[in-house]
Design a protein around this ligand. Structure first.
Ligand SMILES: CC(C)(COP(=O)(O)OP(=O)(O)OC[C@H]1O[C@@H](n2cnc3c(N)ncnc32)[C@H](O)[C@@H]1OP(=O)(O)O)[C@@H](O)C(=O)NCCC(=O)NCCS
Length: 150
């Protein structure tokens, strides 16, 4: 597995591949939480490339299999972590998380994920995040806010 950090905005073909990956991965979370109104599913390529935070991508040979995006501030905020469903449970998200943590030194990390998304909750818990609270962001759609202290 190779990790890299290209800017999707620099290459429209790459941006399209990343959007396909994002839509395939978050269809899984949508199924679990019972809503397709998740921000990563609503994004198009313009939204995707407008993001000016940090990215790390995972490649299996020349195939893009995973990606994580986060925003570095006083606190680092994970925006999304995604792995293509054909490559789940191979440790790819774990690799991405380790990289995000290493590239956010000295900062707390925060994330919001579906309360009813067991893979997401387990992934973040495994990497030291603890739940701070749940919020119903629209009727029936609950998110869990989690934090990892520096
Ligand atoms: C969540 C997601 C990123 C995990 O990717 P992955 O590469 O399959 O995860 P890994 O193989 O690296 O597993 C790391 C840990 O995540 C947790 N995990 C991953 N998939 C899981 C599942 N289906 N059920 C329970 N825990 C799971 C486990 O704690 C696992 O550690 P373990 O293997 O020691 O048990 C992936 O399922 C995905 O893309 N889901 C859709 C998008 C999403 O929900 N993103 C997270 C919220 S932003």
């Amino acid at each position: 597995m190779i990790l890299s950090a290209p800017d999707p905005a620099a290459d429209p073909y790459f941006a399209a591949a990343l959007l396909d990956l994002q839509h395939a991965a978050f269809a899984i979370e949508a199924e679990l939480v019972g809503s397709r109104r998740l921000p990563p599913l609503l994004e198009d390529v313009v939204d995707l490339t407008a993001f000016r935070g940090c990215w790390v991508m995972a490649w299996d040979g020349t195939t893009l299999v995973g990606a994580a995006a986060w925003q570095l501030g006083d606190v680092a905020e994970i925006v999304k972590v995604m792995v293509h469903p054909e490559h789940h449970r191979r440790g790819i998200a774990g690799l991405l998380m380790t990289e995000v943590i290493a590239r956010s030194p000295g900062r707390d990390l925060v994330v919001a994920t579906g309360r009813d998304n067991p893979p997401g909750i387990a992934l973040y818990s495994k990497h030291g995040f603890v739940a701070e609270g749940d919020e119903e962001v629209e009727p029936g759609l609950w998110i869990r806010r989690m934090r990892r202290s520096a």
